[in-house]
Write a new protein. Structure first.
Length: 149
């Protein structure tokens, strides 16, 4: 199974030209537009869910992470073989990197973990999950401490 690269490298799946490597101006605009829409959607949905459920538990963030993970998984599965669904690389980048990236970065983490598991790499997947949680919690704690100093 071919792994889906989340980020600019997923352009390489479609080969050559402007749509390889870092892409061209249209690719960058696709990332920026998707990121802006994803960020606004995250802000709106988190506020709406918090208004409904209260601020005691982050239900909005949980919903955002689950929805973003679903969307990135769906797009990845539909487009991993270009012949299955012909999607322009910039649209794929718009959805996977821009929209999902702005909406939640947890979606990329979820897809990459799934791909490790699908490749039979259970221990690396477990290490990735554990490392991501521990290192990210440590990093946010260090950032918090630095900000409070």
């Amino acid at each position: 199974m071919r792994r889906t690269q989340v980020g600019y490298a997923c352009l390489a799946d479609y080969g050559g030209g402007e749509n390889s490597g870092m892409g061209g101006a249209s690719t960058w605009l696709a990332v920026a537009a998707g990121g802006a829409l994803g960020s606004v959607a995250r802000f709106w949905l988190a506020a709406a869910v918090t208004a409904l459920t209260g601020p005691r538990f982050p239900w909005g963030t949980l919903l955002i992470n689950v929805l973003g993970s679903f969307v990135i998984g769906l797009v990845a599965a539909l487009t991993v073989v270009p012949e299955r669904i012909g999607m322009h690389p910039d649209l794929r980048i718009f959805l996977m990197v821009g929209l999902c990236g702005g909406f939640t970065t947890f979606s990329a983490f979820s897809l990459q973990t799934l791909e490790l598991l699908q490749a039979g790499d259970a221990w690396p997947a477990a290490g990735y999950v554990l490392g991501s949680v521990l290192f990210c919690l440590a990093a946010v704690w260090c950032g918090w401490l630095l900000g409070k100093a």
